[in-house]
Write a protein that binds this ligand. Sequence first.
Ligand SMILES: [Fe+2]
Length: 295
Amino acid sequence: MTNYPVNMSVKPEVKAFFDEATNTITYVVKDPNSNACAIVDSVMDIDYAAGRISYESADEVIQYVKDNNLTVEWLLETHVHADHLSAAPYIQQELGGKIGIGDKITVVQDTFGKVFNEGTEFQRDGSQFDKLFQDGDEFTIGGMPAFTMHTPGHTPACMVHVIGDAAFVGDTLFMPDGGSARADFPGGDAGELYDSIQKVLALPDETRLFMCHDYGPNGRDIQWETTVAEEKEHNIHVGQGKTKEEFVKFRTERDAQLAVPKLIIPSLQVNMRAGEVPTDKDGKPMLKVPVNGLG
Ligand SMILES: [Fe+2]
């Protein structure tokens, strides 16, 4: 069982947007009794080879919000993503809402502030975000109660946002046939990831779980929604009561074989700034490539 303030009687309406370029799912989470909503894990489009960013994915979400007369209260990030760029500031400018992430963002900023050799103008106190959530923090979206669970392991700042009976799990879990996310980024830890996954699996069995990513393993269609019960029963990495020891051994061996995510370099620089593109000394948008600097 869990000590978190679970409220399964509240059932948000969840609209998903799948980004084919990065296999990311963005969610609009609406209060069934008002027009209030939150947007979880938005995507900014990038053609990295061309150094070009654009907003088709974010514009689709914005259009949906406008068409349905929704009010955006929150722009939630589950973590500092390494595989896509956040569009939170772009959406905020159009629709409002507060950008929130886990308070351990400061650890991530410190780590990658060094990797990218950022100067003192890059604040490492999380002040780029409107709200830093701690484990167990409660908030509302319209009349819906919500809370955060700190779920480190994939990254130190990972948070699961639980809104009524729906949990947005970020990269703690994938669909049952996808298993779990890697734990080998700086600050990642397979043992911590196991413990965080157990926190998610301690939510009520019928909790709806919404993934941040799906890669359609073994040729199946893309899916993003499952339940705690399904994960406990069928998750290929942690289901059927797999032990921490088994998980850590498997995860560590698997991670050693994984390639670096294609967009990790632009993603980290943008996402550790809450989705703002960094600028050079003349104020021009500019990204860096730390040569042999990612470890
Ligand atoms: Fe991630």
